[in-house]
Design a protein around this ligand. Sequence first.
Ligand code: ACO
Length: 330
Amino acid sequence: MSTRSTVILGTGSYAPERILSNDDLAHMVDTSDEWIRTRTGIRERRIAAPDQAASDLAVPAARRALEDAGLTPADIDLLVVATVTPDTPMPACACFVQQKLGVPTHSACFDLNAACSGFLYALDTACALLGSGRYRKALVIGVEKLSSVVDWQDRTTCVLFGDGAGAVVVGCSDEPGRGLLGTCLGSDGSSTELLCIPRGGSRAPSTCESIAARDHCIRMKGKEVFKLAVRGMDEAARDILEQHAVRADQISLVIPHQANLRIIEAISEYLELPMERFYVNVERFGNTSAASIPLALDEARRAGRIRPGDLVLLVAFGAGLTYGSALIRW
Ligand code: ACO
């Protein structure tokens, strides 16, 4: 096995222009700004234009990450897109991104679906492939157009989600102790029904009736997911800290999946790490699933919240139920 370390060379993000506020939602379903803010911490979310597909959100995020890394699309030979809302079921969103960005044809391009944990799964996959020595530079993107699968008549879910994209460029380094120190990924397939899109796949293709019933949209048992999210993220964070003999107070910044402020506050309490060490932007973007961590990571970096040498912990939880954590020495 190779001992080369993998480092993040650049980050970028993009959020569509249109802002959908809680007050806007209160005109669409029986809800209020007060309910949404106190239950979730969300004030507004971004909504993609009708003619913007996931790849159209991914491309500007990727361009910014490449620019930040001082690289061009021609340098990329591995492109991994984490998403549950690809442009089309086939081909992969990564192929659309490749074409729009101008990533060379000899590159490996594919999508990966681990829902809200998708970016961590994609990062781990890309780092393992880079570590094998078979690829040189990877573009790892988390992108979602969740507005295309939200049931806009279901107040229990439509207030939670938003659209966006985040990207990182990953390369190898001979500098020991820097970069991705490790990941812990996991999944519990016994609770797939708690958070899912029930129809539109091979088990139950969409019919006129199922579309009328909006069964091609997100369904979630929020209370159950909330409890499992707190437990899953707490365990994933503890596991990675234990594996690397790192104490929670040695972490400079935690970038958690941005699903709900109360979930993040619970993790902060369980880890006994103050909220100042958590990067939070859920109030402006809602839950953007696979895009949430790379979008927050890019904002945190550009805001000067991450400095060279910092230990950064990424932690996520999502449908599957999947979960994961990653420890990075910046
Ligand atoms: N506006 C007003 N009332 C609402 C709304 C709304 N938008 N949504 C639900 N309610 C009502 C419910 O109908 C219920 O009314 P009832 O008591 O008359 O039946 C009441 O509010 C309480 O509903 P609960 O579901 O118990 O509310 P809770 O405090 O659990 O909050 C929430 C709901 C925000 C969905 C919470 O459970 C949650 O955040 N769960 C986790 C969701 C999540 O993070 N999912 C994603 C994780 S993984 C991933 O990112 C894909």
